[in-house]
Design a protein around this ligand. Sequence first.
Ligand SMILES: C[S@@+](CC[C@H](N)C(=O)[O-])C[C@H]1O[C@@H](n2cnc3c(N)ncnc32)[C@H](O)[C@@H]1O
Length: 335
Amino acid sequence: MTATLGWTSKTVSEPTVKLYDLHPPLDDFRSEAIAGLQKPEKFVSAKFLYDKRGSELFDAICNLEEYYVTRTEMSILQTNAVEIAAKIGDGVLVEFGSGSSQKVRIILDAMEKLPTYVALDISVQHLYESCVKLAEAYVGLEAIAICTDYTQPIKLPEISSLKNKHKVAFFPGSSVGNLEPEEVIQFLKNTANLLEPNSSLLIGVDLKKNKSILEPAYDDSHGISAAFALNLLTRINRELGANFNLDNFGYKAFYNAIGRIEMYIVSLKEQVVNIDGIEIHFQAGELLRTEYSYKYTITEFQELAAQAGFQPQQVWTDPQNLFSLHYLTNSVSGT
Ligand SMILES: C[S@@+](CC[C@H](N)C(=O)[O-])C[C@H]1O[C@@H](n2cnc3c(N)ncnc32)[C@H](O)[C@@H]1O
């Protein structure tokens, strides 16, 4: 793979995929991980779960029987694809956390004319390979891959196909649930700024439901969710020179009635781990948080989005009311 830095783009293969590699530097990972591990309640951001192996494990989670999220959102997209495609028209589709770029295919299949597609993701190799597969499947699609951290303010490259176009942000997978509610407001404000002047948002939001459905989805019987979380320690060992012994750590996930799934790596014994010359002490049973996954009612999410200037236009759900797909527009642009 040939990556480019900054906004200088280069065609890296046929079919055409332009890759802009703005991946956060290793030093950011080091400083954020160490700061989080030194907190009284240990925490490492979910965005660091996605190295190449992490992205593969996430794809395996999507195929689990217990993980209703992916198949339910895909069924909502399929049922309403024509209507959704009409909202995008000949605009630009900007996907946040595009992963394997599978869900966007359902929308592309329903479009009369292929839009320009911009994929944003932090996992560079997975992002690039997924965009190449997409461009191969949809000949003529202009695919632009940007490796970046979408929780930071970002800019789109200044190229003619993105200028003065109606842009629709696509944020599937209920990834918005990884953010704290106040972070959601900031993220949505940044999104509106990124896509102005005519911004719209198509966003998948997992609905509140019984914990008998929720908990197995995040702690499956095959141990894939556990492997996904524990891969973070493998990554810290490899990239930051730490010495986590994976035999000494487990995993747990549970529903907190305030409205979120909480996911943790658990220290199975009292131990000391060395990372970059710094000693991190773990008590037996101590937790290291890897992820929250907030769940919202439709109204709760609409109220949150309104605080960032997004007005609800339409919501689609599945027959069992497991998941919601919202279409909202920015109140400033009114589109
Ligand atoms: C839960 S997965 C969802 C993947 C896919 N969109 C789906 O719906 O199945 C989250 C995706 O967002 C990416 N991601 C997570 N945090 C990110 C961040 N802060 N910036 C950019 N990408 C991020 C991950 O690499 C991963 O591909």
